[in-house]
Design a protein around this ligand. Sequence first.
Ligand code: URA
Length: 218
Amino acid sequence: MPAAGKPGRDCPRCPRLVAYREALRVKEPTWFNAPVPSFGSIDARLLVVGLAPGVQGANRTGRPFTGDYAGVLLYETLSLYGFANGKFDARIDDGLELIDCRITNAVRCVPPENKPLPVEINTCRDFLNPTIAEMKNLKAIVVLGHVAHNSVVSAFGAKKSQTPFKHAGKNMLGELALFSSYHCSRYNTNTGVLTTPMFRDVFEKVRRYLDEKQPSAL
Ligand code: URA
């Protein structure tokens, strides 16, 4: 029986994603091949929202951004700004800890070609909503890419026109600060859409915002 607000391993809600998952379970029986749970404490002040598990990354290992290229830059940057501690080794037993930070995905199951359909993003918001709601100390969200940005904006019932995506930009969702970033995918970094300094800029702003404006309740 799945915990309330969390997808079970055999979540049936998106037929296309279920079919892909079933095929992967046959092809790669040792992989995780299930909705990937959030990583980090619900007491954190920061939530990072990615797109969806990568097939050989989170879908294989069972931890967001673990095992594929996107995670290398993400975890390195989180460590740099004090949101992670330990050595990231792309395995879920690498001992890496998040500090005052939690990571989730807009879509919990791996989508073919990394592209969830709008209906899948909307359906999986039923799991994003409780993920946000259960974080009682939440002060800031970092969204990685347009899909995560739009899904979080929809989760708050805010207007997209009044909450535009801008890299390293900040919008307020009520009391909560929403920081937007281009996704740290290999494609974006290889094409120069996102550079390491651009990505650091986002987390530097988040660090400053939390340190100056939002004292820790812990
Ligand atoms: N891995 C994830 O968990 N999420 C992404 O958005 C990309 C890779």
